[in-house]
Write a protein that binds this ligand. Structure first.
Ligand code: LMR
Length: 329
């Protein structure tokens, strides 16, 4: 086990798996909605490849990207029914099942990636994680994407008032809904993979997302203005069907958990680098007008969102909010 924990796969993993016969082959179908050139897409592939190598091909992770198999609104149901065994939805999307997770969506709740991971280690964060169990889900980890930025078609967004009357695409999260509606915008829930068409048809004006998502789906080609606001975190919970997880042989559980630990570290670094790279590319291409909110402007925006925090407190009390890093600085 020690060898496994320290990642000496060349000796530890094959010893276990050589004892398995071909009819003990395990297939894990892993469905997600983003492109392959994103932190999640790249990490899913790396995970699949390492698991295959380390199990002598007896554990096969089949990755289905771009929502090919199941779309945003369908993948959780597919997981619960056992049609797929693994998904990695945005934390915002699990709020339809466990609304308390929307604490992560509170605007300007986090400044740095590390803060989210530290938050999840607090008693409030552990409480959020424990809620998956009663839903028939097993959480295997958290992958970062990055901080969200705001894009718009017709004019630049400098201050919160600029959002008034704009139709903004959102992920399904009450807090993100409140975030935009409290500023007079008109939020609209739209699946990630049809967002491009909504923008193309002019059915919506803008959206919020990370730079790797904005570039991998070519959303920037349909938007003229980008505000670097870093106002909210977008990351993923790695989920397995609980029954499927519990039925896996222990050495397969160890292989998966251990490989994911290693891939998660790589994923986080990749997420940071990729989003920074995409910003540099967008700046160089001069194909979209980019505005960076100053620290003072960010403070002014943050103040505007007090009603969104109040809304969260009314529904879930103060426990989750009080553990946020901004109240401990
Ligand atoms: C979105 O819907 O904008 C994102 O959650 C897509 C993703 O999985 O990164």
């Amino acid at each position: 086990l020690l060898l496994v924990l320290f990642g000496c796969q060349s000796t530890a993993y094959p010893i276990d798996f050589e004892q398995l016969s071909e009819d003990e082959r395990i297939v894990i179908r892993f469905s997600h909605v983003v492109g392959e050139d994103t932190p999640k897409g790249l990490a899913a592939r790396k995970f699949a490849q390492l698991v295959k190598e380390r199990s002598n091909g007896l554990v096969e992770v089949q990755v289905f990207p771009n929502g090919f198999l199941y779309k945003d609104g369908e993948e959780m149901e597919a997981l619960l029914q056992g049609d797929v065994q693994m998904i990695a939805p945005a934390t915002s999307k699990v709020t339809t099942l466990i609304p308390e997770w929307s604490v992560i969506d509170l605007p300007f709740a986090f400044d740095r990636y590390e803060e989210i991971h530290d938050y999840l280690a607090t008693p409030a964060g552990q409480d959020l994680i424990s809620k998956f169990d009663s839903q028939g889900l097993h959480m295997l980890g958290v992958w970062d994407n990055g901080f969200k930025q705001i894009s718009n078609r017709d004019y630049p967004i400098y201050d919160p008032d600029n959002l008034q009357h704009l139709k903004m695409r959102i992920m399904p999260s009450d807090i993100i809904y409140e975030q935009f509606s409290s500023l007079g915008a008109i939020p609209q829930e739209i699946d990630f993979n049809i967002l491009f068409h909504y923008l193309e048809r002019g059915d919506i004006d803008g959206q919020e997302n990370t730079l790797s998502n904005i570039t991998s789906k070519n959303l920037y080609l349909l938007q003229n203005y980008l505000t670097i606001s870093n106002h909210g975190y977008l990351g993923y919970v790695l989920l397995m069907n609980k029954q499927f997880w519990e039925d896996l042989p222990e050495h397969v559980q160890v292989l998966i958990a251990d490989t994911l630990k290693e891939v998660s570290e790589w994923e986080r670094e990749t997420a940071r680098n990729l989003n920074a790279e995409k910003l540099a590319e967008l700046e160089a291409c001069k194909c979209i007008d980019i505005y960076h909110l100053s620290p003072e402007e960010k403070q002014a925006w943050e103040k505007e969102f007090k009603p969104v925090y109040d809304y969260f407190k009314e529904r879930f009390g103060t426990k989750y909010i009080e553990a946020l890093p901004k109240y401990h600085k």
